[in-house]
Design a binder for this molecule. Structure first.
Ligand code: 8YV
Length: 317
């Protein structure tokens, strides 16, 4: 009999889904209306869970899966899983470390350029016929140069480092903050996030959310200042969202490029209304290449754990 797998969020690469189906009895919880009843029905057969970084798994659901050996996160953020609890139950929690670094860093730079150069608002001006109606060159405001901007990075893990090398290639002086300075990096370390914001034209958030919830608040945004830009490709909850909305509405920062939000997929209406904000639907890792690599890692983690080995990317076992 094939081991039972509970899948909590879709995998968009057909070849990966097919391999899952070949190897396991896959229960796709997101396709079921009455999730509670479905889990009660099949819970005892489940040995592995596949979930997304943002989706994770609750302790209550882990409690309903007595034979659970592995939670394979199709992502790198593990803030939506109680790792201590999983460790207690000897459940391996794995993540796809390294698979998405380049794409997430690419989107961070893309969002920053799109925001400061007004690419999306410019697109709307052309698309809606406003350029043709008012071809006077002054009708569209000038934008801001990206090359050479002072870029501050919050969180210098794999993604933060990849953002730094990209920004440096654009001639941007890079500074960063993290729990401590890192000796192997040529960039300037600034211990305090507010001080980092004060010395930056753009602040890029690339930190894990578990230790840094709400660190970007009104004081940090005011330190970034009216000519500063915020980019978030990490987790929405790093930012105090009402503070961000107020800072944007009052022109206390210049703009924001956001891929993640506090209550996804619900994006606050004021953010959607502001032209100085560029929005994405949590898509930084959403390329065919990265999602294929992530899917391969999920398959490997399941196979290792269910064969009784310690999965290579386990954080708990
Ligand atoms: C994914 C993520 O969107 O890596 C993470 O933590 O949030 C994203 O890469 C998500 O995990 C897709 O499953």
């Amino acid at each position: 009999m094939k081991p039972g797998i509970l899948q909590l969020s879709p995998i968009l690469i057909p070849a990966i889904s097919e391999r899952l189906n070949e190897l396991y009895t896959v229960h796709r919880l997101f396709e079921h209306e009455d999730k509670g009843a479905y889990v009660r029905e099949i819970g005892a057969t489940i040995r592995g869970v596949v979930s997304g970084g943002h989706t994770g798994i609750s302790n209550a659901l882990m409690d309903q899966l007595p034979a659970l050996q592995v939670v394979a996160i199709n992502g790198v953020g593990t803030d939506a899983v109680d790792l201590a609890y999983a460790r207690e139950r000897r459940i391996a929690v794995t993540a796809t470390f390294g698979a998405l670094t380049e794409d997430v860093a690419d989107l961070a730079i893309g969002l920053l350029i799109a925001t400061c150069r007004g690419i999306c608002s410019g697109d709307r001006v052309v698309r809606e016929g406003l350029w043709a109606q008012n071809p006077h060159p002054g009708a569209i405001p000038l934008s801001r140069r990206f090359s050479g901007m002072r870029v501050g990075i919050v969180g210098m893990g794999r993604v933060g480092r990849a953002v730094a090398t990209r920004a440096a290639a654009f001639g941007c002086p890079v500074s960063y903050t993290d729990l401590h300075a890192m000796d192997d990096l040529p960039w300037r370390f600034v211990a305090d996030v507010r001080e980092l914001a004060r010395g930056s034209d753009a602040l890029v958030l690339a930190a894990a959310a578990d230790k840094a919830e709400g660190i970007i608040d009104a004081a940090v945004l005011d330190a970034l200042g009216k000519d500063g830009y915020l980019v978030n490709i990490a987790r929405g909850k790093l930012v105090n969202e009402p503070d961000l909305v107020a800072a944007l509405q009052e022109g206390r920062i210049a703009g924001a490029g956001l891929d993640v939000f506090v209550d996804e997929p619900n994006v606050p209406a004021p953010l959607r209304a502001l032209d100085r904000v560029v929005l994405q639907a949590h898509r930084a890792s959403a390329t065919v290449e990265t999602r294929t690599a992530m899917g391969e890692m999920v398959l490997a983690s399941l196979a290792q754990a269910l064969a009784g080995q310690r999965p290579e990317n386990s954080l708990t076992t």
